[in-house]
Design a protein around this ligand. Structure first.
Ligand code: CTP
Length: 388
C-alpha cells in the first residue's frame, strides 16, 4: 500500500475539487479517509453528505470535529484540501491541533481562494500549523458555477507533492529518456506537416517516472498538454524529427532506459522553401517527401543500448504488427494499442495498452486514464530491469 491519507475538505472546493482528487488518489492505490468540515454555512458537509464522502472514498467518513488522537495517527499524511479560514479556526480551538501535533504526520495544506481575493497570508497559517507543514500555493483556476472561480493547486501538481512526501522512490537510481508528442516538418515559413499526437501519453510517462524518483529527460515536439515543473524532469523541446533524432543521439549513452512514445513524422519535405510558397491558379502543388531517421530502430541497433521501450499504434492485426516491430527495432518492450477502440485514440485522455516482450506472453493492461496507465506501464515494463 502506498499510504493512508486523511483528507479534510472545506467549502465549495469540496464539491468541485475533492471528488476528482479522491478518485485520482484511489487510482494510485492510496487509502483515503475523508474528515469533512461541518458547521452552519458552506462547510464540506453542506456540499456533500456523509454517505457520499464514504462512497467516494470507500472508507467511513468522520466529520473533523469527531477526529480523535488515533484517527490522526493511523494516517501517513494529512491533507487540508483546501485550508480556509474556517479550517484554521477549527484547528485553533478544540483538540484537533493537539492531536495533529502529537501524531507528527506530514501535512500538506492547499490554500484555496476566490480568483478576486488576495492569496492567503502564510504567517497566519504558520502560526497555527506544525512547523514542517507544507503550504501548497497553486494557481490553477477552478470554475465553480454560481460560486465563482477558485485558485488552487492543480491535482497533477498536488499528486507530485504527495508522492514526493510519501517517498515513492522505486525508480530512484534510473536515468530515463522519454520522447513525446508529434514532430512538425516545415514546408515553408507558414505550413508544416504533423500528426494528431497531443503528447499526453509520453508526458504522463515522463511525469510518472520523475514522481517515482527517476532522473528524467523529456525530448518533446509541440505539445497540447502541460508538463509539470519537477526538479528531476528536464525538458528538451524540439520541432522536427531531425531535431528529435539529434537530441536523442546526443544523450542516449547516458541513459539506463529509453521510452520512445513520440509520434515521429515518418516523412518530411525534401526541400524547405525559405519564402512562403505562392499558389498558382490551376496548378497543383507537388511535394517531394523523404523519410526521417527512425530513432527507435537506430537505438535498437546500438550494441550497448539502454533498456528500450517503443510504442505501436495499430489499426489492425495489433499483435502481429506489434511483435514484428519488437523484433525489427530490437526493443525490450513494445506498448501496443488498437487505435480503433473507443477511448484509445490519439487525443483521448484514456488508453488501453498491451505490453509485448521477447519470450514472454503479452500482458494486457486495463483501460485507464493515461496518467494512471503510465504508472502501470512503468511498473510492468521495468520489472525485469529492476530484477537484473
Ligand atoms: N519512432 C521513432 N522514429 C521514427 C518513427 C517512429 O523513434 N522516425 C518510434 C516511435 O516513437 C514509436 C515507434 O517507433 O515508439 C513506432 O514505430 P513506427 O514504425 O513508426 O510505427 P507506426 O508509425 O505505427 O509504423 P507503421 O506506419 O509502419 O505502422
Amino acid at each position: 500500500m502506498p499510504g493512508r491519507i486523511l483528507l479534510i475538505p472545506d467549502g465549495p472546493a469540496a464539491l468541485t475539487y475533492a471528488p476528482e482528487l479522491i478518485a485520482r488518489l484511489r487510482q494510485r492505490k492510496y487509502t483515503v479517509q475523508v474528515a469533512p468540515t461541518a458547521y452552519p454555512g458552506p462547510s464540506a458537509l453542506a456540499f456533500i453528505s456523509e454517505l457520499a464522502w464514504t462512497t467516494l472514498s470507500g472508507h467511513p467518513c468522520l466529520p473533523i470535529e469527531k477526529l480523535n488522537d488515533e484517527e490522526f495517527r493511523k494516517h501517513d499524511l494529512i491533507l487540508l484540501g483546501p485550508v480556509t479560514q474556517q479550517v484554521l479556526e477549527i484547528f485553533s480551538r478544540g483538540k484537533a491541533l493537539e492531536y495533529l501535533q502529537k501524531a507528527a504526520r506530514p501535512l500538506i495544506a492547499l490554500p484555496a481562494r476566490l480568483a478576486s481575493d488576495e492569496p492567503m497570508q502564510t504567517n497566519e497559517f504558520k502560526s497555527i500549523m506544525p512547523e514542517n507543514s507544507i503550504l501548497s500555493q497553486g494557481d490553477e483556476t477552478l470554475e465553480m458555477g454560481a460560486m465563482g472561480t477558485l485558485k488552487i493547486t492543480g491535482i497533477d501538481d498536488l499528486l507530485c507533492q504527495i508522492d514526493a512526501t510519501l517517498g515513492k522512490n522505486d525508480l530512484k537510481a534510473l536515468r530515463i529518456l522519454v520522447t513525446a508528442g508529434p514532430t512538425a516538418e516545415d514546408i515553408d515559413p507558414v505550413r508544416f506537416l504533423t500528426n494528431r499526437s497531443t503528447g499526453k501519453m509520453g508526458v504522463a510517462l515522463a511525469t510518472a517516472a520523475a514522481l517515482r524518483g527517476a532522473d528524467v529527460t523529456l525530448v518533446h515536439g509541440p505539445l497540447q498538454t502541460a508538463v509539470p515543473e519537477l526538479p528531476n524532469l528536464k525538458r528538451i523541446p524540439i520541432r522536427s524529427a531531425e531535431e528529435m533524432h539529434g537530441a536523442v543521439m546526443e544523450r542516449w549513452t547516458q541513459m539506463d532506459v529509453a521510452i520512445l512514445a513520440a509520434a515521429v513524422a515518418d516523412f518530411r519535405p525534401d526541400h524547405y522553401a525559405e519564402q512562403k510558397i505562392k499558389k498558382v491558379d490551376g496548378q497543383a502543388l507537388i511535394l517531394n517527401l523523404r523519410r526521417t531517421p527512425d530513432i527507435l530502430a537506430e537505438l535498437g541497433s546500438q550494441e550497448k543500448r539502454p533498456f528500450l521501450i517503443g510504442f505501436a499504434a495499430e489499426s489492425d492485426d495489433v499483435e502481429i504488427n506489434a511483435l514484428a516491430k519488437l523484433r525489427k527495432k530490437h526493443c525490450d518492450v513494445i506498448c501496443a494499442n488498437d487505435i480503433r477502440k473507443p477511448g484509445c485514440g490519439f487525443a483521448a485522455d484514456t488508453n488501453q495498452i498491451t505490453l509485448y516482450s521477447p519470450d514472454k506472453p503479452p500482458m494486457h493492461l486495463p483501460m485507464k486514464d493515461k496518467r494512471e496507465l503510465a504508472h502501470d506501464i512503468l511498473t510492468h515494463a521495468l520489472a525485469d530491469l529492476k530484477k537484473s
